[in-house]
Unconditional design. Sequence first.
Length: 320
Amino acid sequence: MVEKVGIVYWCDGAGHAARSIPVAQELESRGVEVTVAGGGQGKPFVEMNGFEHPNLTTVAVKGNNPVAFLRHTVFDLVPSSVRRLRELNRWLKEEEPDLVVTDDVFAAAAAVAQGVEFYRIDHLTPGMLDPHWDALLRLYDRASLAFCEKIVVTTLWEDEEAPDGFELVGPLAQEGDREVEDYDVLLNPGTHGENFGEIRRRLEDRGLDVKLVGSEDWEVQPSMTPHTGAADCVVCTGYSSIADTVVAGTPCVVYPFLPFQKSLAEKAERKGTEGVLKAETVDEVVESAERCCNGEVEPPEYENGAEDFVDVVLDTGKQK
């Protein structure tokens, strides 16, 4: 029986932390003790939801192509990577969870070294990325599946056939019960978004009520779904923000910057995913946001995937 679960999220970007919150909350709702670690930009959001956790060395992933990524990894990240691995090894020994849920390669390595079963959480499946990135992802998947119980993918397309060793569940959203007054557009640039100040100005010039995450008039929130649900449209960059939006039933304009974000937006466009639009320029963002506010875009319909995610983890864990 699983009594305690450790969740370790990757420390570069807040989205990794964001998707850990609904999993942690669902586990706690079933009487499972949860301990969390990660750090980086997402740490304040996790702690606002009541999950205190240690200060770990952060490791940033950089590089806009596979060669640059590998060069940065080899020459710039070794000292911080060694420290993070050492810290996570110590954390696992102190916490003694029955299993670990993680998207952190160092947490996975620590779990393997200590014989703790683990599940990898992700939002990418083989074939989603361009050939160069996809080759790296497939290597990572193969290495993960040699040691982990399953790769659990939170996705907009859970009806697709899951590859061997994978489980597909719906998008994970940070739901909350706070009441938020209706408004027109929420802009969420995430960690890597650009031009959002200009987008806000242009939308406001057209008479729309706009909120910008991270601006001086924005307060950090413990959960985003009440705010995405109160908007007529959300403009964002990455998958965790998309998840918060579609679970709230709000149309979403994806304005991607990173290769992974672009691949996700392209797939949504290619499959005609309801309520999810891709924009490549500021002009396209403004035009698409206006269409959403005018009721010209059908709202998405998704359930929060947290319950199904935890079903996978606990049901498999019970069989051990």
